[in-house]
Design a protein around this ligand. Structure first.
Ligand SMILES: [Zn+2]
Length: 439
């Protein structure tokens, strides 16, 4: 029998974590942070209590008490991709499990760097598997990592093969036919999957009646702004998701065209770029300068006599008060001049706090008469038509929407019903701690 306990990330966006039990063996899929809760808690202080107990209390990490009876049976933790809402709780939580952590090379490298950064020594064995490969957990369970596209490289669909059929975990994904970095979705292998008992699927944008555009579209949006805007003698500052190596690669390419040197400023950018360079998938530091620590960032910007020779790639796209962009604007790290260019290659995550922080930034930039280009972005999450394609391809017997609040889960349900599924018969909107069993 396959049993599933959603541990985190159901009826909420964040702290993704699902436990799957096959007879007497358990596999944990993802161990993420609730970013908003974590950031709100940690942003005001330098030293905070980040014990598991404290983080659980503020709902920043998954509450593993819902699987207390399963704990001795956990054989593996598998991670789907390197976003913090999928791996960010590992440094705080993994010590509760005496089992290896499996992921793609990039995800595993980021896990290592995150743990180092938090000063945590992980006792779990970290195992990197190539994309599109299989490995055995035991005589009864085989795991397969199938490459799929998203907004971070080396994202995988995790398939747990059992004698009862397969469980497919695809959280997060988009179906991008023209990714600008990394592998394509292995549609051939996905179409071959037979007897899929359950699919757990990212439904964040199931309510959007579109197919999410490719990253190559975002690249063109960026080209339009970076290369076609007259930026002669103006500073150019760009902020995007630090883990979005594909986007960063496009920024480097256009910097080259502009004959400006790209400079990465900020700790989180340095971390994700280093992870990519460590495993040999990018070589940004051949062309770009990377400055990690705040004091060095401040010194570099202060001594920079000709900003027009550079493209500054900075942290702070969500208005984070401790980010490099915030310090450039509010702490005089940088002297903005009229019609300097600030590009936000992202959308604003629509939660209170973030919206206000970004508005504060933009209003200050407007006062300085800086040109702002916002929303130069396409999402990493598949929308309704991506979900439809994936369901039609896999034809799972049962579906559980993940990564969404109740409203979006209900929109996903509409799609599932259109495809012949029925609520509580073979499509289930679950909540954290709510166990399901499939015979
Ligand atoms: Zn993600």
């Amino acid at each position: 029998m396959i049993e599933i306990i959603p541990v985190g990330g159901f009826r909420e966006v964040g702290k993704n974590c699902t436990a799957v039990k096959v007879d007497d063996e358990v596999i944990i899929l993802d161990m993420g942070l609730h970013l908003q809760n974590y950031i709100t808690y940690t942003q005001d202080e330098e030293e905070v209590d980040v014990s598991y107990e404290k983080l659980r209390e503020i709902e920043a990490v998954p509450d593993i008490s819902v699987i207390s009876e399963w704990m001795p049976m956990v054989k593996a933790i598998c991670v789907s991709h390197a976003h913090l809402d999928h791996i960010g709780a590992i440094p705080f939580l993994a010590s509760h499990f005496k089992c290896p952590i499996h992921g793609s090379p990039y995800s595993i490298e980021v896990v290592k760097i995150l743990a180092e950064d938090k000063g945590v020594k992980l006792h779990n064995k970290l195992v990197a598997h190539e994309i599109n490969s299989k490995f055995k957990i035991s005589g009864a369970i085989e795991i397969e990592f199938i490459g799929i596209t998203h907004s971070v490289v080396q994202t995988i669909m995790i398939v747990i093969h059992t004698k009862y059929g397969a469980l497919v975990y695809v959280n997060d994904f988009k179906l991008d036919n023209q990714p600008t970095l990394g592998h394509k979705t292995n549609l051939g292998r996905i179409a071959e999957l037979k007897n899929v008992k359950v699919m757990i699927i990212d439904s964040l944008y199931a309510g959007r009646p579109i197919k999410t555009p490719s990253e190559s579209v975002a690249k063109e949006l960026l080209r339009e702004v970076m290369v076609s805007t007259n930026s002669k003698s103006k500073a150019m500052i760009i902020s995007t998701f630090s883990s979005h190596l594909a986007r960063l690669k496009s920024i480097i390419e256009f910097s080259r065209q502009l004959k400006r040197k790209p400079v990465f400023l900020g700790r989180s950018l340095e971390k994700y770029v280093r992870a990519g360079e460590n495993i040999g998938i990018i070589e940004f530091s051949k062309e770009a300068k990377i400055i990690k620590y705040r004091q060095e960032v401040q010194k570099f910007l202060k001594n920079c006599k000709r900003p027009e020779d550079y493209v500054f790639i900075v942290t702070g796209h969500q208005g984070e008060p401790k980010s490099v962009l915030a310090r450039m604007i509010f702490n005089n790290y940088f002297h903005f001049k009229t019609e300097d260019i600030v590009i936000f290659s992202c959308t604003i995550i629509p939660v209170p706090g973030t919206i206000e922080n970004r508005e504060k930034m933009e209003s200050e930039l407007r006062k300085k008469r800086v040109r702002i280009f916002r929303d130069i972005h396409v999402s990493g999450h598949g929308a309704r038509e991506d979900a439809r394609d994936l369901i039609n391809l896999i034809k799972p017997k049962n579906i559980i929407p993940a990564h969404s609040e109740i409203k979006t889960a209900e929109q996903f349900l509409e799609l599932a019903e259109e495809l012949g599924y029925r609520e509580n018969k073979n499509v289930f909107i679950v909540k954290n701690g709510h166990k399901l069993a499939f015979k």
